[in-house]
Design a protein around this ligand. Structure first.
Ligand SMILES: Nc1ncnc2c1ncn2[C@@H]1O[C@H](COP(=O)(O)OP(=O)(O)OP(=O)(O)O)[C@@H](O)[C@H]1O
Ligand SMILES: [Mg+2]
Length: 378
C-alpha cells in the first residue's frame, strides 16, 4: 500500500489511529483522531509528543512488549479534557520502528459503569440501613411486648412474695424455731432477696426510670467504674488502657443510669477475659456525638448470638441473668444515644456507645437504636 492509499485507508477506520515514531512523536493520525481530540487539521497534531495527548504515557516503556490489546489509557483533547480509551498497540508494518495506537472512546461506557457501581453501593448501603432499622423495629416491638408482660408478671409475683417475706419475719420473731430451722429461714430470706432483685431489675428494664439530667464528666464515671472493678481486674491480670481523646467530656446525663450502663459493659468485658487480656476504653468526639468504645480481647460473641445479646434474659454465662445489656440499651436509647457492637469469636468485642452532646433528646423518649456491625465472623 502506497502512502496515499494508506492515508485513505486510515481515514476510513472508525477507531482513532495514531502512528508514533521511535522518538515518541506523532507521525500520522486519521480523521477519527482529529474528531476525538478536537483538532481541525492534522498539521496541528503531527510532530507533537505522544505524551502530550496521552497523559504522560511513555512510548519507550513499550519496548519488546508489543502487541498489546485493550489497554485502558487516558487521552487528552485539545482543551486538556480527559477521554478514557481502550487501545490496541502494535508495530507499524510499513515503518517497523513506528508504533500504532488504535483507540476506541470508552468514556461513555466508563461513565455508565461508574454510575452503576455508585448505584450498587447506594443500594448496598440502603439495604444495610433497612436491615438495621428492621432489626431495631423488631427489637423495640419485642422489648415493648416482653416489657408489658414482664411488668404484669412482676407485679403478680411481688404481692405473694411480700406475704412470704412477712410470714418469715413473724416466724423469726416467735421462739418455736430450733437452730436448724434458722438455717432454712436464712435460705428462704436470701432467695426472697434474689427474686426481689430480679423483679426490680426487670421493672427497671421494662420501664427505664425518668431521667434526671445534669452536667457530668463521663471520664470521671468511667474512672469510677474501673476503680470499683479494680479487685477483679487485678485478680484476672487484665491490662487497662484509658485512651481518653476528648477534652470536652461533660455531658448532660443521668449520672446514676449512665454509670450503670458503663458498669454493665465493663463488667461484661471483664467477664469475657477470665484468663487475662486487654481492656481498652477510648473516648472521642464524632460530630455531635460523644463516643465511648469499650474494647476487650476476650472470647468474643459468635455470629449466631449477636442478634440476641440485647434480649431480656439472654445469657451464655452460668449464673448470668441476661439483663445487663437490656438495661444498658434502655438507658443509652433514652439518652438519645445508640449502642453498637463489633465482635469476632475468640478475638474480642468492642461496644461503642454514642451519646448526643446536644440536648435535643430530652424531648424524645426513644430516638436511638442498636446496631450490630461485622458481627461474629468465626
Ligand atoms: N464483652 C463481651 N464479650 C463476650 N460476650 C459478651 C460480651 N458482652 C456481652 N456478651 C454476651 O452477651 C450476653 C448477654 O449479656 P448481658 O450483660 O445482658 O447478660 P449477662 O452478662 O449474661 O448477665 P447479667 O445480667 O449478669 O449482666 C452474655 O451472656 C454474653 O454471652
Ligand atoms: Mg452482663
Amino acid at each position: 500500500m502506497g502512502p496515499d492509499q494508506e492515508k485513505n485507508f486510515l481515514d476510513s477506520i472508525v477507531d482513532s489511529v495514531i502512528a508514533v515514531d521511535k522518538d515518541g512523536k506523532i507521525r500520522e493520525v486519521n480523521q477519527t483522531t482529529l474528531k476525538l481530540l478536537g483538532y481541525k487539521r492534522k498539521e496541528e497534531i503531527i510532530e507533537l509528543a505522544f505524551e502530550k495527548i496521552c497523559n504522560n504515557f511513555s512510548v519507550s516503556s513499550l519496548k519488546d512488549k508489543l502487541p498489546l490489546a485493550e489497554q485502558e489509557l487516558i487521552y487528552l483533547n485539545k482543551e486538556g479534557k480527559k477521554i478514557s480509551v481502550s487501545v490496541n498497540i502494535t508495530n507499524r508494518i510499513s515503518y517497523p520502528h513506528d508504533i500504532i495506537f488504535m483507540a476506541r472512546d470508552i468514556s461513555k461506557i466508563k461513565g455508565l459503569i461508574d454510575e452503576l457501581t455508585h448505584s450498587q453501593e447506594e443500594l448496598k448501603t440502603s439495604y444495610i440501613e433497612l436491615k438495621v432499622s428492621k432489626d431495631d423495629l423488631v427489637r423495640s416491638e419485642k422489648l415493648a411486648y416482653t416489657g408489658r408482660i414482664a411488668v404484669s408478671i412482676a407485679h403478680e409475683i411481688r404481692n405473694p412474695l411480700t406475704n412470704v417475706s412477712m410470714s418469715v419475719q413473724q416466724l423469726k420473731k416467735g421462739n418455736k424455731i430450733k437452730q436448724e430451722g434458722f438455717k432454712h429461714i436464712d435460705i428462704v430470706e436470701r432467695n426472697i432477696g434474689r427474686i426481689n432483685y430480679l423483679i426490680t431489675e426487670l421493672l427497671n428494664c421494662a420501664r427505664p426510670a425518668k431521667l434526671d439530667l445534669k452536667p457530668y464528666d463521663i471520664h470521671k464515671i468511667l474512672k469510677d467504674v474501673l476503680e470499683s472493678n479494680k479487685a477483679k481486674i487485678n485478680l484476672q491480670k487484665i491490662k487497662v488502657t484509658e485512651n481518653f481523646n476528648s477534652n470536652s467530656s461533660i455531658l448532660k446525663i443521668d449520672k446514676e443510669q449512665i454509670e450503670r450502663a458503663f458498669l454493665n459493659l465493663i463488667t461484661n468485658a471483664i467477664e469475657a477475659m477470665p484468663r487475662g487480656g486487654n481492656l481498652t476504653i477510648i473516648t472521642e468526639l464524632s460530630g455531635k456525638f460523644f463516643l465511648v468504645k469499650i474494647h476487650d480481647t476476650g472470647k468474643g460473641i459468635p455470629e449466631k448470638d449477636i442478634i440476641k445479646i440485647f434480649d431480656l434474659f439472654f445469657s451464655t454465662k452460668s449464673g448470668g441473668v441476661g439483663l445487663g445489656l437490656s438495661i444498658c440499651y434502655g438507658i443509652i436509647v433514652s439518652h438519645g444515644g445508640t449502642i453498637e457492637v463489633e465482635s469476632k469469636s475468640r478475638k474480642g468485642s468492642t461496644f461503642t456507645v454514642s451519646l448526643p452532646t446536644e440536648q435535643s433528646f430530652t424531648h424524645r423518649e426513644r430516638v436511638g437504636g442498636r446496631k450490630n456491625k461485622n458481627a461474629g465472623v468465626n
